[in-house]
Design a protein around this ligand. Structure first.
Ligand code: ZN
Length: 503
């Protein structure tokens, strides 16, 4: 009797020891990080359960109720363990931009709308390594600039190129001249070479080159994109409020070429016609056209004062006037004289134009299938203000649009807009995204932990660099970059992501 009791006791101790010691990787190692007792959300499988999540060597190795040994165990009770947020529209691809975005829960930020050229030099923006994952499309406008104006330096909007002085007027042939047949041939070669180098599709700023763009050039771009099965990320051409022709033209081209198109910031383009724009996209999708879209959760837009749209009848297009526009760096409101002066002197200076309305924004960002992306503006220092969307988009979206309040199904659908949907958009051409945007065993350990009790964005137009709160832990490739609300400065686990070329 005494002996058998002892045997039971020893067995118990052994079982308990092994379950604590754990073996989540199957190779005898303990996990790197273990989150215990968090509410684990996975939009793909519909998982919404209190569980433990173990991470080893950059991957999620265990999701379940067992306890595991780990180098670092984090009590996640009362917190949400979610996939890291994926931002497919960020112009803030530099060290400061990443610091601001990671505090907003972003683990991957890509420059897809304006793109970069040459993408092979993107690493040079991160001489000390990157905090979060990054990548870029082949920027058509930079390739155009290199062909028409001979610009040879790395071009990406995150790079400060023009501040003042003689370099300030970079509005040459790139923005005004049609490309010749020979130049279009060169464009085919450069776009193809960039896709061969791993660019994530092609970024196309159509509204910035309305005078310069010809039907032939569009044919060239769509032909290359279709050949490479590379998505096009497009800032479509604007018209007067209600004019949907910019969207219609792009959908027609996508259909003709069998190309995949992603329409950037639908809220910014559709304004009061969000319904009609989304209906047209829905109809195109029903006909088999591969078209997706995105929105950001702010009512004001932001761009450069030299943008082509401001050479057109912009007051009518946006239904605003000078006093509705501010010089982003200082917050000064414009009058006509100041406008003429600044547009001539500082064409690349950023403005914030207040033309949107909350019901339009809400409708766009809550519509099923619409991805949330920040359109983070380039940042260079903490003195010159920028639009707050590069700092607060993700916390703002989660805190203000029903994520915390809804049924589990709604919560997962909203979370999908910043995790699973962007991953699915990219995974067709970049299979590594099949491992992102999910909390499942075998997936990349890009994880953002959410504290609903404190979650909110703090960045405003006046104080745009106040980082988001309520995201106490962020892991990138299995490494903690936000730990107990603090940025881990020494951590540089971010990697450059590339599209895998198939053509
Ligand atoms: Zn844009």
């Amino acid at each position: 009797m005494k002996n058998s009791l002892l045997l039971v006791l020893i067995t118990c101790v052994v079982v308990v020891f092994y379950s604590f010691k754990g073996d989540p990787t199957g190779d005898g190692k303990s996990a790197d990080v273990l989150f215990v007792g968090g509410r684990v959300l996975d939009p793909e499988t519909g998982l919404d359960v209190v569980a433990n999540v173990a991470v080893s060597d950059g991957r999620i190795v265990y999701v379940g109720s067992d306890t595991r040994a780990a180098s670092r165990t984090i009590d996640a009770s009362g917190l949400i363990v979610a996939p890291g947020f994926i931002d497919i529209h960020s112009h803030a691809i530099n060290e400061l931009g990443q610091r601001l975005q990671v505090a907003d829960g972003v683990t991957t930020a890509l420059e897809l709308e304006a793109g970069a050229y040459p993408v092979g030099q993107l690493e040079t923006l991160f001489p000390a390594g990157a905090l979060i994952n990054y990548g870029a499309s082949a920027g058509h406008i930079w390739i155009r600039q290199s062909i028409l104006e001979g610009a040879e330096q790395l071009s990406v909007t995150a790079q400060r190129k023009v501040v003042d002085g003689e370099k300030a007027t970079r509005r040459g042939a790139t923005f005004s001249a049609h490309a010749s047949a020979a130049e279009l041939e060169a464009m085919t070669a450069l776009l193809s070479a960039q896709l061969d180098e791993g660019a994530f599709g092609i970024g196309l700023l159509l509204d910035y080159i309305t005078q310069a763009m010809s039907a032939d050039e569009l044919e060239v771009i769509f032909t290359v994109a279709a050949k490479y099965a590379a998505p096009l990320f497009i800032h479509i051409q604007r018209g007067l409020p209600g004019d949907i022709s910019g969207l219609r033209d792009i959908i027609a081209l996508a259909q003709k070429h069998g190309a995949t198109v992603h329409v950037c910031h639908i809220n910014a383009n559709a304004m009061g016609e969000v319904d009609a724009f989304l209906a047209m996209i829905e109809q195109a999708r029903a006909q088999g056209v591969q078209v997706t879209t995105e929105a950001y959760p702010y009512n004001a837009g932001s761009t450069q004062i030299g943008a082509a749209v401001f050479g057109r009848n912009w007051q009518e297009i946006f239904d605003i006037s000078y006093e509705d526009v501010e010089w982003a760096a200082t917050g000064e409101r414009f009058n006509e004289a100041m406008w003429q002066e600044y547009r001539a002197k500082y064409p690349e200076g950023q403005i914030i134009h207040h033309y949107g309305k909350e019901p339009w924004t809400r409708q766009a960002i809550l519509a099923p299938g619409v991805i949330i992306a920040s359109d983070a503006m380039p940042v260079f220092n903490l003195e010159e203000r920028v639009h707050p969307r590069g700092v607060g988009t993700f916390a703002r979206f989660l805190a203000r649009y029903g994520f915390a309040q809804g049924e589990s199904e709604d919560t997962l659908a909203l979370l999908a807009k910043i995790t699973l949907l962007p991953a699915q958009l990219l995974e067709k051409s970049a299979p590594q995204f099949g491992r992102k945007g999910r909390i499942q065993e075998g997936m990349d350990a890009d994880i953002t932990v959410i504290d609903l009790k404190t979650l909110r964005d703090r960045a405003t137009y006046r104080e745009p660099f106040l980082t988001s709160v309520g995201l106490p832990y962020v892991l990138v490739n299995g490494v903690l970059v936000i730990d107990q609300r603090e940025l881990v400065d020494s951590a540089k686990p971010g990697v450059k992501l590339n599209q895998v070329v198939r053509h």
